[in-house]
Ligand binder design. Sequence first.
Ligand code: AMP
Length: 282
Amino acid sequence: MRFITSIGDLHSVIAALRGAGKRIGFVPTMGALHAGHMSLVRKSKAENDTTAVSVFVNPTQFGPEEDFEAYPRPIENDRRLCEQAGVDILFAPAAGEMYPGGYATYVLQERYTEAFEGEIRTGHFHGVCTVCCKLFNLLKPHRAYFGHKDYQQSVVIRRMVRDLNMDLEVEVCPTVRESDGLALSSRNVYLSPEERSQATALYAALRRAEEVFQSGERSVAPMADAMRKVIERAPMARVDYIAFVNPETLREVRRVESEAVILIAARLGRTRLIDNLRLTAK
Ligand code: AMP
């Protein structure tokens, strides 16, 4: 595996691979890698000649009050996991390599970034779009792999790729969960034992809504009520939003006839968790 921190080195490696006609799969991450990230790596390895992973805690997607400084950075462990998984390139630049002095250019997406995570985390998607655009320019992947876990992000990235005519395919992979249903996240390490046990309420609430939907309910209000009842059993959880949205437009719906995605975000103590579930009528 090549461990690369400089853009100059990356350019020559990517140019050689592209010149040799290799198909490049790319998995962008912020590191603290877990089985969710590694499922994207496996998919990329199965579908491409070369797999590149980036580990970059991107400062521009964190708000001033957020956990940028505290975000876990176990780079040696990440390096080992990538090596073991057969990753070909691990790109882990310093912040100054990606945003040198005088840096002034950003990618701003409207509409899909305004609600939910974009509303609560002002400027978040501005940073996400900018860093993904830069990473796509640097790694020149044929395919990039994202997790369904960050559903709004996956819609935003697909939209950016389409709108800016970027020449790559975006693949969105299923959420990997702990055995009790909690979605794997690098932020789960922040949870105290009590918060960790109550964090299962997010997925339990999503599954409850699915149960109500599959029993024939089509109105959102009773499904959302059923979710809130589940969350009430986890008194440490403070819900930021529960929303039923059209999977493509992210617009909120009041009824679900065939398909919707339920988005949920909640805080447990100082940790913010998000999750989602796709409803499809049987
Ligand atoms: P992050 O390092 O949290 O920015 O995540 C990097 C990529 O991994 C994103 O595309 C996430 O959606 C994806 N990801 C994070 N957690 C999971 C999970 N539990 N299952 C599948 N993909 C995930």
